[in-house]
Every structure is written in C-alpha cells, then in structure tokens.
Design a protein. Sequence first.
Length: 304
Amino acid sequence: MKSRLLIATLLFLGAANVFSAPTTSILDFEVLRHDDANISVHGPEYVEDGFRLKAQHSEPGNPLRLNTLGTLQPGFPGSTALYQGVVLGEIILTEVDGKPFDLLSIQLAELPGLDTSGLPINSGPFDVTFFGQQVDGSLVTKTFIVDGFLTLNTYSFSGFTDLLSVNWFQGGGDIPTHQFDNITVAVTPLTVDIDIKPGSDPNCFNTNGHGVIPVAILGNDNFDVRNIDQSSLSFSGQEVRMRGNKGPLCGEEDSNSDGFFDLVCHFEDDSTNWSPGSFGNATLTGVMLDGTEFEGTDSICIVL
C-alpha cells in the first residue's frame, strides 16, 4: 500500500506552547523602601533584575541622582517609587547586557510640591512621553496623561518591543514632576535561523519513534554557534541525543555553504510528539554561554 503523506503540527505533549516565552520581570524598587520622612539619594544608576535605570542631565556641577521618598513623606504614593532628582533630567532604561527587551507597562504618579503648611499640592493632569529605540533603528513613542495624585496608576505600552533602550524626562517649569514604579519588562529570546533536516525541502520525516531528527542552527557574522551551551538545547520538547560520556550528538559544519560555522544536532525522535493535522512549524530553543536565550523555527511534515 502506498504511504500517505500527512502534514502535521509538531506538538509537545504537556506543554501549552512550543515557543519559549519571554522572561517577564517587574521592577518594584521595594529593596529601596525606607520608613522615614527622608529623601534618599541612590546615585546616578540603579540596577534590578538585570535592568538598569540611569539618570542623566546636562547641568554642570549638579550631581546625577535617582531618589526615593520615605514612607512618611507627604508625597509618598503608597509604594516605593523612583524619580529623577533633577528637573527636566532624563531617565534611561536598558537591559544590563544590552539584550533586546519589551516594555509592557509602568506606574506613574505626580511628585507633588508642598504648600506653606507642608501639604502636597495637586498640580493636575500632565503629560509624560516615552521614547523607545528598537533594534532595527526605529523609534517608537508613547505619551501618557498622568492624573495620579499620591496614587500610582498603571499605564500600558503597545509596540514597545525589541528595544535597546527607553528614555523619558522629568518634569520642570510648567510641567509637574513625577515618580515611577512597577516597570514591567520582558526579555525576548534572540531569533536565529534553523534548518530542520539540513538541505531538504520540504522537511519531511518517516517518524517511528526510534531515530533522530537532525537540526542545523545556522551561524552568521553576528551569531557564533561555537558559543552555544549545547546542553541547553530543546527541539519542541525533545532533547539532544547523548553520546555516552562524550556529550550531546552535535557537530560544527558549514551546512549551507555560506562561510559560517553551523551547529548540527540530532534530537531524539519521540513519536508521541507528532499529531496529524495541518502544516506546522517546530521550534528549537537554547541558551548561549553568556546566558542569552535564543529560538529558531522551521517547517516540518510527517510521512506515515
């Protein structure tokens, strides 16, 4: 009987999604909390969960500084928040290793001045504009109308993805000053090119659960496959076949003849990972030796 060619979607049983999810963090500054009526100065930079906030301005002789209010300060917004300590000064957000990231949301509140009685003054709604520099050189912007007085409100971003940096400015003059808290960020895995069953198109297999599936991770002038932690590799939930005490069954070669080393690894073929259906993709994930996460996707089909 002739074999039937079924196009299949690769599924990893027990996993909701074969793609690696971005690593999400909330920068909440709670380690800076101080239960007093003081203003604490934390210097020109602050680092939390792999992200750096930097204060910058052009006033000669005026120290660069990020500050927090003590919980007994009249302007304390209910949660420890940072603020740029110089009017019209710039705040810059980056990932400490320069990895691309997404900015999802931030909480903002007015940093109020005080009247002659020492009570905070509500200066009314005001704008804060954020500028995001993306990996491809594009600039994205978002302006929020801040109306939180002694209360932090959440503002969500759209399109602030694949960022190298985000910057915004402290108020001054006619623009009220502000404080910020609970910045939600996500590090997006680096996208790389892979080739399932190198040299074949389409990438079809007669899978029986007893073989291996070769996958090439393609190198280029910006991606050196020799810096991959081979033990971290996963092909939609399938592990690299091991060669006893010799480690993963992987080898470096120029599989696509472009002059750059590629890493070809052989993954265990588990028939329970395949389900008849529509044409689909399979995703490989891994980590570089410096901790950078990456993923690549290619099409796949099954011969039954």
